[in-house]
Design a protein around this ligand. Structure first.
Ligand SMILES: Cc1cc2nc3c(=O)[nH]c(=O)nc-3n(C[C@H](O)[C@H](O)[C@H](O)COP(=O)(O)OP(=O)(O)OC[C@H]3O[C@@H](n4cnc5c(N)ncnc54)[C@H](O)[C@@H]3O)c2cc1C
Length: 439
């Protein structure tokens, strides 16, 4: 199989810009053999490589990443490690499935918290919880549904109305929100970089090393890179939507991009809007097509909204300028007194949906396993499924593994182009129009 598209994420990611420059990348420039080849150093690939190395301490694990760690989507998200089943996962009727998702996500939050502490990863990690916010009638309808789901699920929460939210969120824009306590917030580029720097000693990480061809020869997986080659017995795919380029889950992934903008750090005077402790928060929209907002511990405000279908996994600058204007409108609707505060960055990140909202976890070929298409909420799921992927591949047996297999499935087959493109674009446009009040 020869790939056709490799990741080319731009350098606009605000989180990455806040980090110091990394040491020069270690690129693969030789032909080498390994026991394990892991492709993609996002949350999934990093967790898979770490676990394979822990379970097989005498074996050699090679992890290949096309970009620098933190430049891909795992370093571009809004930094919520969500314990609750999210979006469509919470809406289904199957309570047992939701309990499984909750315990898997909680395991991911705990695993990341342990690694952050053990390796001193400076990523603003905080078990700050999250608000689910509603602006208008439409949002309130979704919030009422969310509240019913939490009650059915027996999950503890607190509902706050506009007056109580004002000092916390720094705005009276929200009619109401529901607070749940067990979501962690973090700086994603800092976290994934820290995870990449703290891998076990039998993992070799090569960055700026895209896999440009993948074949199976003589019972081994052979990955070709621009300056080298890896031959490995086992293959773990953490390349998410790009797995299609190697022929896996072909025509079953909907690559979409969502976008974020970040302000410069607010001054002491500007922070007066947020008078209630702890002066940082994360808010996701009650209506999924609405706006995510974060105030980080280092005082940057972040706005995330809008989705685009990106069959080639990229956007273009003109598109991003339109997105940025939309973010500016959302920002000013919430914080008119901060009109003078500029955005320091606007960026997008590509992630995977499927038509049946089903993520994939399992075997894809002889000695090849993959986890991906996390329905655009892959921080917790990528972390726990990456770890369990290595457990599956090494023949472990555990309750968590059984649960992960039970909550995963096969993403539905897409219709051919241009029907797919027209269908996805129309659906996204209708959702954005219907959700205008929540943007
Ligand atoms: C703006 C935004 C906000 C989001 N907010 C959240 C959030 O708050 N919480 C949440 O849970 N999710 C969020 N998401 C989604 C989340 O970021 C993804 O689900 C998650 O990154 C998936 O992790 P992953 O490791 O599976 O895949 P990815 O992060 O996509 O990692 C795959 C890696 O594989 C590499 N790769 C691909 N092809 C090759 C190749 N040929 N050779 C070598 N390397 C390759 C890529 O460069 C990439 O680094 C958000 C996404 C965006 C864009």
């Amino acid at each position: 199989m020869t790939r056709s598209i490799i990741p080319q994420d731009d350098k606009c990611n605000g989180w990455y810009q806040l980090l110091s420059d990394p040491a020069p990348p270690n690129r693969l420039n030789t032909h080498t053999d390994a026991d394990w080849l892991v492709i993609g150093a996002g949350f999934t690939g990093l967790a898979a490589a770490r676990r394979a190395a822990e379970l097989r301490p005498g074996e050699r694990v090679v992890l290949l990443e096309a970009l620098r760690v933190g430049q891909g989507t795992s370093g571009r998200n809004t930094g919520f490690v969500i314990d609750l089943p999210h979006k469509h996962d919470l809406e289904g009727d199957d309570l047992a499935r939701k309990q499984k998702l909750l315990s898997l996500n909680r395991a991911a939050v705990d695993d990341l918290a342990t690694l952050v502490e053990r390796h001193g990863i400076d990523c603003g990690w905080s078990l700050a919880g999250k608000y689910q916010g509603a602006v208008g009638e439409r949002g309130l309808k979704y919030l009422a549904q969310y509240e019913r789901l939490l009650k059915d699920f027996d999950y503890p929460y607190r509902r706050l109305e506009r007056n109580a939210l004002g000092p916390i969120l720094g705005t009276r824009h929200y009619a109401a929100a529901i607070y749940t306590a067990n979501t962690a917030l973090m700086q994603p580029a800092a976290l994934v970089r820290g995870l990449g720097e703290s891998l076990p000693s039998n993992v070799e990480l090569y960055e700026h090393t895209p896999v440009v061809g993948l074949t199976r020869r003589g019972g081994k997986w052979c990955a070709t890179t621009p300056e080298g080659e890896v031959k490995a017995t086992n293959l773990l795919l953490g390349s998410n939507i790009y797995a299609q380029e190697f022929g896996f889950l072909k025509h079953r992934v909907l690559p979409v991009m969502t976008f974020a903008s970040m302000t410069r750090a607010l001054t002491d005077d500007e922070m007066a809007l947020f008078s209630a402790a702890p002066q940082h928060f994360g808010l996701t929209p009650a209506d999924h097509a609405g706006t995510t907002v974060r105030l980080t511990p280092d005082r940057h405000l972040i706005i995330r909204n809008q989705y685009r279908y990106v069959p080639k996994y990229h956007d273009n600058l003109a598109k991003r300028m339109r997105v940025r204007q939309g973010h500016r409108d959302s920002f000013l609707a919430r914080y008119p007194s901060l009109e003078h505060v500029p955005f320091m960055a606007t960026w997008g990140g590509a992630c995977g949906l499927s038509r049946n909202f089903t993520p994939f976890f399992g075997k894809v070929d002889d000695n090849a396993w993959m986890s991906g298409v996390h329905q655009c909420v892959g921080v917790a799921r990528g972390t726990i499924s990456g770890k369990l992927l290595a457990e599956l591949a090494t023949g472990q047996d555990s309750r968590q593994l059984t649960d992960m297999l039970a909550v995963s499935g096969r993403p539905a087959l897409n219709p051919p182009e241009p029907i797919l493109k027209i269908g996805v674009k129309t659906r996204m446009m209708c959702a954005a129009r219907a959700s205008r009040s929540e943007l």
